[in-house]
Structures are given as C-alpha cells and as structure tokens.
Design a binder for this molecule. Structure first.
Ligand SMILES: Cc1ncc(COP(=O)(O)O)c(C=O)c1O
Length: 461
C-alpha cells in the first residue's frame, strides 16, 4: 500500500537508525523480527518462510542475520553460529575481514561509485593483479557483480571469438540463472552478434574423459563444433563432485584440438577454496577463460570477473562497449577484490584450505564409520565438501539439528540429501573440532531416531 511521503520518511528513518546501531531491547528486537517476517510475507516472497531450510526445520525460521566476524555469525537475538556455509562460498576470507573492510571503508569515503567517463584506477589495478595471480596468459579482465554475469560474459566472448554458437556443458553443472536481457535489446549493433538468443547447449557427464571426447568428435562430424566447453573444476552446487585426476587436462587437449574455448567456472572454486589458488591448478591446466565470483569480493562486496588471454580479448577491442554494465568494475568492488587477493596470499588461504580440509574430511570419515546408514558419503576437495545422506528427509534433519546446535550448513538447491560444508578457509582448528563434536551429536540423534522408527515398524500392529 502506498504511504504518504511523511509516513515513508518516518519508516526509512527508523530503518536508518537501526543501521546506525540504535540499541534495541529484547522485546523491541522481537517486534522487529515479527515485522521482518511480515515484510518477507507481503513484500519479498512468503515462499521463503516455508521453504525447507535448516532454519525452518529447526523452528527458528525467524532468525535474523545481524552481525558476524571471521567464522562466526550472530542473529538479532544474539545467538551465535559457527558459519560452515560461508554464504555458499563468498566468505573464504571470513566474515568482515578487517583488511578488506578497511579498504572498502577508505574508498567509500573518497568515491563510492564511478562517473563512467574517466579511467577507473582500481579496475585497472585489480585487472593487473589478477593477471599476476591467474594461470599462464590469462591477463585481461572484465568485472561485474555476480557469477551469472561472469558466465554471460564468457558466453558472449566465446561466440565473438569463435563465431560459433553451440556450447558444451556438464550434467549437474551450475552456472547461474539468468535468461537473456540482450534478447530485448533494441539496437542491432549490440544484439545481432549474439542473435538467436539462448545458446544451443549439449550436456556430457561430468568427469568422464571418454564421453567428452566422443561428444567433441560427434559435434565435429555433424559440422557444429563447440564455441566453448564450460566446466567447474569441482562441481559445487552438485555437491562437491571432484573429477578424476587428468580430466581437465583431457578437456584442455580436446578444446585445443577442436578450436573450442575451455571456460573454467571458478566462481565457487576460485581463490583457494579447493586447497589450491584455482581449481584448475590441481590438473596444471590453463583455461582460455576463467570465470570468478563469490569470494573475489572478499565477502564484503559483490564482485565477479571473466578473465582471458590477450589474443581472445582482441574481439572486444574494436567496440569496447560491445559488452558493458553500469556497476561493473566499480571502485568499491574493485578495492574489495584487491584486498581479497592480498589476504588470500598473505594468509596463504589455499594452503590453509588444503590442510584444514584434509583434517575435517579425515574426522568426518571416522564419524561416518560410527553411524552407518546415516551418513553415506563424504566428498570434496579442500574446504568445498559435500556430505551425502540416504534421503532428503535425513539431509534436512542433519542441517536442522546442526542449526539448533549453533552450526550453519545447508543442503544444495537441487538435493537436500547433499549438505555442503564451506567454512572460511582460515577457520581455527579448535572451531573445526567444535563443529565435529556437534556433528557427532546430531548424527547420534538421527541414528537413534532411525533405530526407534525401525523398531516401531517391526512391531506387530
Ligand atoms: C560454479 C558457479 N557458477 C556460477 C554461479 C552463479 O553465481 P551467482 O549466484 O553469483 O550469480 C554459481 C552460484 O552458486 C556457482 O556456484
């Protein structure tokens, strides 16, 4: 309902006071929580309030995310959670890392966004820094604000560079959810090079080099070779699925042989998450295009990028605004990116992810043997881990049980029986041990309830 300007002003002032840190009593906070629930119901999407998430299942769906630092989150009522979800991979450097917050705070006081007309120094600086830390000849970057847009850019780049329009992707791959604003573009210069809208895409099983080779050969035979093969070095949303060693090398070799661009979607795996700086480093491969996102903004700003080689970038040079976006490469996001890379190197987050991931995986496997029939599988690399439960129901109960015990994890979007663990890469070992204790407790509770249910089912009626 539209309010008068006076009432709208009062409402926005109230929100601004809260943002500024106005203290609330427990009952005022309770009231604010109720208002937030109502606003979700009426103005966001009431589906979120019943959508099965750990918070809903644990009966605490009205927990408001309020503050956090490192690997800890606090809700509006002051309850603490060890964050093992990491915002689906954005908090690799931890929540509100002081060096990253400082860089953004320094920049926001000088100039938050850009005029679009002058040269943007931090965009250039971040591009230069990325050239220094990405594999081989990758050295040209375009910045945007989310992983989906990084993939969109990579698709357009591959079409422009190869002149082809058929793409190859993998079963279970996740690359974003956009639908194609460019199809509505009323100016042919920008629309026509990418005409026919959505891409023609073929899918191959992930991790299967032979199937990949057969698909490339088939495409060549029918005369529709691929513009690009888009692949995650470890499938994140599919539940931390690791391909066999050498798979990306096979992909590299096939892409080179058939003139197809190898696009590594490192949106989730990049910046140390898998225990190496980049997911492709495990196979020693240089992709033609790398898509980055999530942790690139240091968990402080939204930031993503697609990065490629000078040769491939040449197709963007004649008309540098053939691809453009208002907020892409803005100074706040770029200084966050510079600080995120700095922190990743300074704290050697890739090595921390490798070492802590190994410890966590080993201990989880120990727990798995103690609760057969409850936890089926532990997968992943570094601190991108997936736990596989026998059913969605048990996956929900596990995530909810942990939430009640003050640990945040979540099922993947597509399968609640697959639960992800993606904490800050620098999570202290004592916190991991604490998480393991709470996982043990949760698994025990589930195992007991399953046994009780089995006994009840075995009783004669
Ligand atoms: C591998 C991968 N690519 C792309 C995306 C899309 O990123 P965003 O949600 O930031 O648009 C995601 C998001 O989870 C992802 O995991």
């Amino acid at each position: 309902m539209r309010l008068s300007a006076h009432d709208s002003l009062k409402l926005s002032q109230r929100y601004l006071d809260l943002v500024a840190g106005k203290a609330l009593s427990q009952s005022e906070m309770q009231q604010f929580i109720e208002e937030t629930v109502e606003a979700y119901e009426r103005h966001v999407n009431r589906g979120f309030l019943t959508y099965r998430k750990s918070v809903t299942e644990s009966g605490q769906f009205a927990a408001l995310e309020w503050s956090g630092s490192g690997c800890m989150l606090r809700d509006g009522l002051g309850r603490e959670y060890i964050d093992c979800l990491g915002g689906y991979g954005i908090f690799s450097a931890g929540i509100n890392h002081p060096r990253i917050v400082k860089a953004v705070t320094d920049q926001v006081q000088r100039m938050a966004l850009n005029s679009q007309e002058l040269l943007e120094p931090w965009r250039a600086a971040l591009a230069r820094l990325l050239a220094a830390v990405t594999p081989g000849e990758l050295s040209c970057s375009f910045f945007i604000n989310n992983g989906t847009d990084a993939i969109e850019g990579a698709i357009k780049l591959a079409r422009l560079h190869t002149g082809r329009r058929v793409f190859l992707s993998t079963l279970g791959g996740f690359h974003g959810k956009s639908l194609g604003a460019l199809s509505l573009m009323g100016k042919a210069t920008f629309r026509e090079p990418f005409a026919t809208g959505l891409q023609d895409v073929r899918f191959v099983p992930f991790g299967d080099g032979e199937a990949l080779e057969a698909e490339f050969a088939k495409a060549q035979t029918i005369g529709s070779p691929f513009a690009a093969f888009v692949v995650e070095p470890v499938q994140g949303e599919a539940g931390a699925v690791v391909p066999p060693p050498g798979y990306l090398r096979t992909a590299r070799e096939l892409c080179t042989r058939y003139g197809t661009l190898l696009v590594a979607d490192e949106v989730q795996t990049g910046l140390g998450r898998t225990g190496a700086m980049w997911g492709v480093d495990h196979d020693g491969v240089q992709p033609d295009v790398m898509c980055l996102g999530k942790s690139l903004g240091g968990g402080v700003m939204p930031l993503s990028a697609f990065v490629s080689t000078p040769t491939i970038w040449e197709c963007l040079v004649p008309n540098p605004v053939i691809h453009s976006t208002t907020f892409g490469g803005n100074p706040l996001a770029c200084v966050a990116g510079i600080a995120a890379i700095h922190v990743t190197l300074e704290e050697d987050l890739p090595a921390q992810a490798a070492q802590k991931g190994e410890f966590l995986t080993r201990e989880l496997r120990r727990l798995q043997t103690r609760y057969p029939g409850v936890l089926n599988e532990i997968r992943g690399r570094g601190l991108l881990l997936g736990l596989e439960f026998p059913s969605d129901e048990i996956g929900y109960r596990f995530a909810a049980g942990l939430f009640r015990r003050g640990v945040l994890v979540a099922g993947t979007y597509s399968k609640a029986r697959t639960v992800r663990i993606e904490p800050a890469l620098g999570i202290p070992t004592e916190k991991i041990s604490e998480v393991l204790n709470r996982i043990d407790d949760t698994l025990k509770e589930i195992a007991t309830s399953l046994r009780v249910a089995q006994l009840a089912a075995a009783q004669p009626a």
